[in-house]
Design a protein around this ligand. Structure first.
Ligand SMILES: C[S@@+](CC[C@H](N)C(=O)[O-])C[C@H]1O[C@@H](n2cnc3c(N)ncnc32)[C@H](O)[C@@H]1O
Length: 217
């Protein structure tokens, strides 16, 4: 399923989205963004936002946290840089073009990894999650908020029909929660802490993984 997306295609898709992204996806995803920030700030410290996009979430973090944002798309990130300057966000230590699957950070350097609406836009979600776990400190958390696919019924059929168009737009549909559970079980160094339904329509979820003291892969 993940092989359906390729990185260059995704980068091109978000270059097209960049000028209108905030208008289309600003308000509709706001509850999920805020909930993931609240979860991240329960831990606080050094926070990495992967797929930070246009930086819509950045002004909502408390000033006491230190933030780094990365994204595959330079046009999206340029918007984030403008936002940081406009709001004088001195808690944002850096923004960089970077692939979520190849993070240029040492092991265990972040207290929290936040990825809002990102895990279904990467070609290999499991390899990306491995990378998130690698850069997270023991005791830290990986916090995702994302659309998750339905197991069956009308929504599953709709998602299947919509899949080719979604790919063109830069994401995949039909990504099931079970994949995240299976990844955590296989990884062995993380535990699932929480899955919480989120709007719109409860088709989205906030998911928290904790980084354990041992890593077996
Ligand atoms: C749906 S947008 C979400 C943006 C932002 N997090 C938000 O809440 O609006 C997905 C973002 O993930 C980025 N992205 C996709 N694949 C990526 C990858 N492999 N590495 C880093 N960022 C990626 C896209 O460029 C885009 O900015």
């Amino acid at each position: 399923m993940g092989a359906d997306l390729d990185k260059d295609g995704v980068a091109k898709a978000y270059a097209r989205w960049a000028p209108i992204y905030d208008l289309v996806f600003g308000a509709v995803f706001d509850r999920g963004r805020k909930a993931s920030i609240a979860a991240a700030e329960r831990i606080g410290g050094r926070i990495l936002e992967v797929g930070v996009g246009t930086g819509l979430s950045l002004p909502d973090y408390s000033w006491s946290n230190r933030l780094i944002g990365v994204d595959l798309s330079a046009p999206m990130l340029r918007k984030a840089k403008d936002r940081v300057a406009e709001h004088q966000l001195t808690n944002v230590e850096g923004l960089a073009v970077m692939d979520a699957q190849n993070l240029g950070f040492q092991d265990g350097v972040f207290d929290v990894i936040v990825a809002q609406y990102v895990i279904t836009t990467v070609p290999d979600a499991e390899a990306t999650l491995d990378e998130f776990a690698r850069v997270t400190k023991t005791g830290g958390e990986i916090i995702l908020v994302n659309h998750l696919g339905a197991a069956d019924g009308f929504r599953a059929a709709y998602e299947s029909a919509f899949a080719p168009l979604a790919r063109q737009l830069g994401w995949q549909v039909g990504f099931r929660f079970e994949r995240l559970e299976q990844w955590a079980a296989r990884h062995g160094g993380v535990e699932l802490i929480e899955r919480r339904p989120m709007p719109p329509l409860g088709h989205f979820s906030l998911i928290r993984f904790g980084k354990l003291g041992r890593v077996t892969n």
